[in-house]
Design a protein around this ligand. Structure first.
Ligand SMILES: Cc1cc2nc3c(=O)[nH]c(=O)nc-3n(C[C@H](O)[C@H](O)[C@H](O)COP(=O)(O)OP(=O)(O)OC[C@H]3O[C@@H](n4cnc5c(N)ncnc54)[C@H](O)[C@@H]3O)c2cc1C
Length: 424
């Protein structure tokens, strides 16, 4: 692999970011949001629509966090299987959350249409690809639980799965037509444009380094400015830094890296995911693969970027798609940080009166982040009584660093093992 850019494909191919000012001086609003990802931007967009005055303060640039680095699978639901969700939060609350997130892709694609967001929106479904007996059993279980709840999913047999994916390495696939793919950074930037259009104020390159209660509510401070508001939302998820660092103690950060190839040839594109679904597999150390609109193959795996991961990815791609004949040339490689909460669910915690934090998407944040942002706006506008996600406080995760290392070393060892196995 040569000349690999360590910047992301998403940064290279997204429409330009909105030009935003840095926060300077004092501003008064009803709600100030820390963090310019899907959650913060969707909340700001919807609050502005309700006439709530709102400002978003972003430390780096819009979509700098998970929102600009992810795989771009706009899925319905969460990582947890529906029955696991019911077990975690109870059947009634589980149903409310399941229903809200089953409709999340509808909501995402509706916003994309409404605000004409240029983000390579493709709604051809997703394929959860089964590997081995355990993978098939997992997909059968998911299929049964989803079908029972009325989801229009299809369990594909070996022949169907192999032709839809273009690989003989899978024995089944769960097709979900509700889902699709997007260019995630372009979506985040589009949400920012939409929020601005609705009247929200956005600032970038303005790390919040202090948050303080005041007589009227709260104030957040950056080096050169301050925002006073009745309410603050910390929408910083896995990227909680500077003045909100302590939020990071509530989840285990897991790294996930992706490689993007040069555009594939027409004959290659006729074989790999010819219907352009987004895909990921059932392996414990999971991989994902999809195409972008230029026909680049985007392949991802758990772990930080580095030669073990990229060597493994190259080898895994040749195993999955031997007709590529090891001829894939990679242009981009980048990494993102996922916030795994203890129960694998996102939570909205009221840390103190008027100070909220939303975090713990555990790798499913496109639909959920968009929906939670919209629900926060409805809640603050008095249009709903509660949120669909749990509002329980997350505790600091004990041995967080050890757990992070466990996942990182586990993924590394797996990738290394797979490589040497193939070399035997
Ligand atoms: C590699 C990867 C792959 C993923 N794949 C998918 C997928 O295919 N489908 C899916 O649905 N989800 C996926 N996810 C999850 C999804 O991307 C996240 O859940 C989602 O982006 C979280 O959005 P957010 O707005 O809550 O946080 P983020 O997008 O992380 O935004 C947080 C922002 O807060 C800012 N910030 C932090 N501290 C401060 C401060 N002190 N002051 C000001 N700003 C601050 C950061 O700079 C950052 O921009 C993936 C995540 C990763 C990392």
């Amino acid at each position: 692999m040569s000349e690999l850019s360590c910047d992301s494909l998403w940064r290279a191919s997204a429409p330009a970011a909105p030009v935003l000012p840095q926060l300077e001086g004092r501003l008064n609003v009803d709600v100030v949001i820390v963090g310019g990802g899907f959650t913060g931007l969707s909340a700001a967009l919807h609050m502005a629509k309700f006439g709530i005055s709102v400002a978003v303060v972003e430390a780096q640039e819009i979509g700098f966090g998970g929102s600009g680095r992810n795989v771009g699978l706009a899925n319905a639901g969460l990582w947890l299987e529906p029955d696991q969700l019911d077990k975690a939060i109870g059947i009634e609350a589980g149903k409310v959350l399941y229903d809200a997130l089953a409709a999340a892709p509808d909501y995402v694609y509706k916003l994309i249409d409404e605000y004409k967001i240029q983000c390579e929106a493709t709604r051809n479904g997703t394929l959860h690809a089964g590997v081995g007996k355990a993978g098939l059993a997992q997909l059968e279980r998911r299929y049964e639980q989803l079908a029972k709840r009325g989801a229009p999913v299809q369990l594909l047999n070996t022949a169907e799965a192999q032709s839809r994916i273009g690989s003989e390495k899978f024995n089944s696939a769960l097709f979900d037509p509700r889902a699709g793919t997007i260019q995630p950074l372009a979506y985040a930037r589009g949400l920012a444009d939409a929020a601005l259009k609705e009247g929200a104020k956005l600032f970038d390159h303005s790390p919040v380094n202090k948050i303080q209660p005041t007589q009227e509510g709260w104030a957040i401070f950056t080096e050169q400015g301050e925002v006073h508001a009745e309410k603050v939302i910390l929408a910083t998820n896995a990227y909680s830094e500077h003045g909100v660092k302590e939020q990071a103690r509530k989840f285990v950060p897991i790294f996930y890296s992706q490689l993007a190839s040069k555009p594939l040839s027409e004959p290659q594109l006729r074989q790999i995911l010819p219907n352009k679904e987004g895909a990921w597999d059932t392996c414990t150390v999971m991989s994902s693969f999809r195409l972008d609109q230029q026909g680049r193959l985007i392949f991802g795996g758990m772990g930080g970027e580095g030669s073990v991961l990229s060597n493994w990815a190259c080898q895994r791609v040749s195993e999955l798609f031997p007709f590529l004949n090891k001829a894939v040339e990679w242009d981009y490689c980048w990494t993102g940080k996922i916030a795994y909460s203890e129960d694998h669910l996102p939570h909205c915690q009221q840390l103190q009166n008027g100070l909220f934090s939303v975090a713990g998407y555990s790798g499913r944040g496109i639909g959920p982040g968009t929906v939670v942002g919209a629900e926060l706006a409805q809640w603050f506008a008095g249009q709903r009584e509660s949120l669909s996600i749990p509002t329980t406080l997350l505790r600091d995760i004990p041995f967080r660093e050890l757990k992070r290392m466990f996942y990182e070393v586990g993924a590394h060892t797996y990738h290394l093992g797979q490589q040497s196995h193939a070399l035997d």
